[in-house]
Design a protein around this ligand. Structure first.
Ligand SMILES: [Ca+2]
Length: 416
């Protein structure tokens, strides 16, 4: 029963779509990012362009992370873009024909982590004049350490994420027709779901019990969301790769559509090793180039696997009951692997709590992940009030699922 239950719980989460960023309406604050283009003579050697481009050719700024892409125009050699506070965001520069010129590289980082901001959500990041070196777009004003207050360790940490954003930047034109896919609602968003069984949830004054962190089992899934114009006629989406040494064990266990997208999950199923708490193990996908085939048309997607160590923290739930022994709320504490409390906002963008019954049935969900109409109200990370009390005796497990600031998700399971 336990194995069955856990597998069902895994398949039930995260089916909501990303919002259409061009009609952004969100509770999440937007951080203004502006800059100007100087008449640099340095030429791009970008692989996406056949002719050499200079930054003065740039006409659009593409702001993106693994949950979405958004375009802003450059007019009179200047732009004012915005990105969601609490996320880590990259900027790419495109010419009038949507050719890739280069990506922002500030203080050695090719991503702007929009956390620890100088003036909070009112912070304006003025990159000032930008110049091109190769495909790196260098700002005169480096916001890292100024508007974005990171220490040396954090800067080193984000540098390690460079390859991840480089990989995402290559997915702006998955059908290789030279047009950014977001312009024709054919964009792909690719991310990783980590599924981790952690121990027992807390109950009132009894704290959660966490398993030995050295022996956590992590299951992996690749989540691919596709824009409205990509929604297939049937659910059959084929993922193959990575290029060079393709897997033979990829399955598609879950599929959903929303008004503006489809979402498919892919897993690599393997027999469970001895002592494993799940019925099957789901292996990680290697970094590389994958092909997605939808309605007989193929798309190229770059995937960069992020080690769970970067943004995985222990989101530990405690269930609170009333006099009738009904669950009324769930509180979350966020701790590192040494059980020290951490500032969740530096890791976590959104959190959702789910309560499931003994048949794997979903009893209650509080909070919603990703950006969709329901998620707009979800800015809570710590306290989750149930819409109505639920008998404690009906609860078999508690799941805490959060999306990290680079767009990957962690489903952290607890049973009693
Ligand atoms: Ca395209």
């Amino acid at each position: 029963m336990r194995n069955l239950f856990l597998l069902i719980a895994i398949s039930m989460i995260i089916v909501s779509c990303n919002k259409d960023n061009n009609n952004a309406e969100s509770n999440y604050a937007r951080i203004v990012i502006k800059g100007s283009i100087s008449g640099s003579n340095l030429k791009s050697t970008g692989t996406k362009s056949e002719s050499l481009l200079s930054l003065s050719d740039a006409k659009k700024v593409l702001v993106f992370n693994s949950t979405g892409y958004q375009l802003f125009n450059i007019e009179d050699n200047a732009f004012t873009a915005s990105a969601t506070s609490g996320t880590a965001t990259a900027l790419a520069f495109l010419d009038a024909n949507n050719q890739y010129i280069g990506a922002l590289c500030a203080g050695g980082l090719n991503v702007l982590p929009l956390v620890s901001l100088k003036d909070g959500d009112n912070t304006v990041i003025d990159l000032s004049s930008l110049t091109l070196e190769g495909t790196r777009v260098i700002p005169t004003n480096n916001p890292i350490g100024n508007e974005i207050n990171l220490n040396e360790d954090e800067i080193a940490w984000y540098k390690e994420l460079g390859a991840y954003y480089e990989s995402l930047s290559k997915n702006i034109d998955a059908d290789n027709d030279g047009v950014p896919d977001i312009l024709v609602k054919k964009e792909f968003n690719i991310s990783t779901l980590f599924d981790i069984y952690c121990g027992s949830w807390g109950l009132n004054d009894t704290p959660p019990q966490i398993n030995d962190t050295a022996h956590f089992f992590i299951n992996y899934a690749m989540r691919i969301a596709g824009g409205k114009a990509l929604i297939p006629e049937n659910e059959n989406i084929v993922l193959s790769g990575p290029e060079g040494s393709p897997y033979t064990d990829i399955i598609q266990p879950h599929y959903a559509t929303g008004p503006d997208c489809f979402i498919a999950f892919f897993k690599r199923e393997a027999p469970a090793p001895q002592g494993y708490p799940f019925g099957s193990a789901f292996l990680p996908f290697a970094q590389g180039i994958y092909t997605v085939t939808i309605d007989n048309k193929s798309y190229t997607l770059n995937y960069s696997n992020i080690n769970a160590k970067y943004f995985f923290i222990l989101a530990e739930p405690t269930v609170h009951t009333n006099e009738a022994n009904e669950v009324v709320s769930v509180s979350i504490e966020y701790r590192d692997m040494n059980q020290a409390l951490v500032t969740a906002e530096n890791y976590v963008f959104q959190t959702q709590v789910t309560l499931d019954g003994f048949q794997g049935n979903r009893i209650c969900q509080v909070g919603t992940l990703w950006e969709n109409p329901e998620a707009k109200t979800n800015t809570e990370l710590y306290t989750f009030i149930l819409p109505e009390p639920v008998p404690l005796a009906n609860i078999r497990s508690v799941g805490v699922c959060y999306v990290d600031m680079i767009g990957n998700a962690y489903n952290i399971g607890f049973i009693q």
